[in-house]
Each structure stands twice: as structure tokens, then as C-alpha cells.
Design a protein around this ligand. Sequence first.
Ligand code: GLA
Length: 361
Amino acid sequence: MKHKIVIIAASCLGLFINTQAQTKGLKDYFKNDFTIGVAVSPRALKTDEAQLILKEFNSMTPENAMKMGPIHPFENQYNWAGGDSIAAFAKRNNMKLRGHCLCWHNQTPRWLFFDSSTNQQVTKEVLLKRLKDHITAVVTRYKDIIYAWDVVNEVISDKEDEYFRPSLWYQICGEEFVAKAFQYAHEADPKALLFYNDYNEINAVKRQKIIKMVKDLQAKGVPINGIGLQGHWAVNEPSKDQLEQTLKDFSALGLPLQVTELDISVYPKEHTARERKASDSDTIFTAEKELKQIEVYKYCFELFKKYKKSITSVTFWNISDRGSWLDSFPVRGRKDYPLLFDAQLKPKKAYWEITKSESNK
Ligand code: GLA
């Protein structure tokens, strides 16, 4: 009799754990730590990926829809359709929404920097006025749903002996556009959390430059509320120590940190685009690649939890291995598998590894 009860209890427990595994998502496993986000396109929200998003995530970032080029293609024309549909999905489903991004050197329309009649570069005054108009319109439109903005993206140089990236923004305005962008965003929505976002923050030299810029902005009273670490990483970097040092250095600033664009490529990291080589045709997701990726995902999440006082959100860049920007960078057409869900939208082993210790919470 006793034996029978034990068996019944054990199978009930098994059933319970199973159902839990089926109903719980990343957002539930990490609910006491940080929000879990995902970069989306308006199209994805109309496919089977929408169900996965609802189950697993409690925050979204528009992958492209709110970038300057797509949303503001001409001076007097905004293209709100994509941004609006993502905002509506977030509202309908009670999800958080991060805005991305208000000022960047890429995916930026040409009209911003050039005079339409003379074709000459505009002056600093004109460019700052255009930046202000852009930021005011976009931030105001999504004020009711976007709680945090990547205001300025990637202005620090990757070159050791160069501070700012010599973009057209910098060439025309000097450093000042950074402070101005934060000021305009704050004026448009005083409640929004305003982030500086960058990549390769694990590089000690670049990191110190980012920290210096943030401290200088703070000293000038610029309304900056947090730092976004993109987190485009790979099986060979960052090392655990490198990531720990990165999180330690940034958290010492006392500002909230968000991991804004996490993915872990199964290929060794290359920072610049290049032509295809014969060896690039080997794109099978082997057990070896999988194991290496699991290891990196595991220590990333261990460290994110260790620094959870500072880290308020972790967002993945793309939904599943069905499609990632890494399929065309650094090598066009080389399939990558950087996310936690496979092309059939099933959780990969890395998913179970990072959620294992969270299961009974
Ligand atoms: C940067 C940008 C993102 C995205 C990725 C690559 O990290 O911030 O918006 O374009 O590059 O897809």
C-alpha cells in the first residue's frame, strides 16, 4: 500500500514538473532576477514565433522598425507602421518595450546630413535641429509604452588610439550630439530610462572609453540612466574572467545595466565582415559546437545572476536559430546557431542548462 502511494506521488510530481516545464518560460525562470527580452520584426509577430515570444519573454525590442532609416526615411515623412504594430502587440500582451535606437551612424538616412538643394553637408545647427525633431517625434509617439530607449548607439571607436568614432555625426557636431540626444529624449519623455548602448564592451580599452564618456556626461548633468551592453558574443569570447571584469567595471558606475543584444555565435569571433572561404561551407551544428556554446551561455547567466543588482534586463537579438543577423555577418550566407531556440522553435540544450538551477523557484 505504502509502495503504491509513493509511486502515485512520484508520478504526480513527475507530471507536475513536466507541466511546469511546458508552461514556464525564460521570463518565469528569471523572474526574480531581470526581465527577459527579444528583438523582433513586425512580421515575426504574425507567425508561430508569436506564441513562443508570449511564453518565453516579457520584453521586446524592435530589431529595425524604430531605427532612423526605416522610421524616418525622408525629412517630412515618418513610416510608423512597423513600430506601431510592435507597440500594439506589446500593449495587448502586457509586455515591456525597449526603444532602439535614436541616434546611430548606421541605418541612418542620407537626408539628415546633406542639404537637399545644395547637396552639401549641413551645419551643426541644422543637424542638431533635425536630431531634435526626430527624437521628439519618435519618443513622443511611443511614450505610453516604451519604458527605456537606446538613445545613442556605438559612438566610441574600436581603435585603441581613437576616442570617438569619426562618423558624420561626429564630423559635423563634435562630441556634443551625444549630450544633446539625451537631452532631447528626456524632454520628450521625462519618465523614460535613457541608455547608452555599445558593443565589444568586453575589450578593456574600449570599456574604459565608454566609462569615461558616461562619467563625463553625468558630470555635466546629462540625463543618462543606464548602459546597454550589446553582448554579441561567441564560443571563444568573452572568457568568464573577461565578462566578470566587464560587469564589475560597469556596475561600479552605479547605473542600471542591460544586456541589450545577446547572442552567442558558434564560430570564433571575427569583428569585421569578410569574403567567404572554402572552410565556411562547414555549417553543421555539431555536438562540439553545441557544447562550447552551452558552456558560454552557462557562465554568462551565472554572472548575470551574480550581478543582478545592476542588471535589470537581458534581451536576445532575434528569436530563434531560424534566422539571425549572424547568418550574414561576418560571412554572407554562413548559417549560425546563436540563440536558445532551434529552427523548429524548440528549446536547445543550452536553454535547459541555463534554466536547470532555476526550475524549482
Ligand atoms: C548593432 C545594432 C543592432 C543590430 C546589430 C546587428 O548591434 O545596435 O541594431 O543592427 O548591430 O544586427
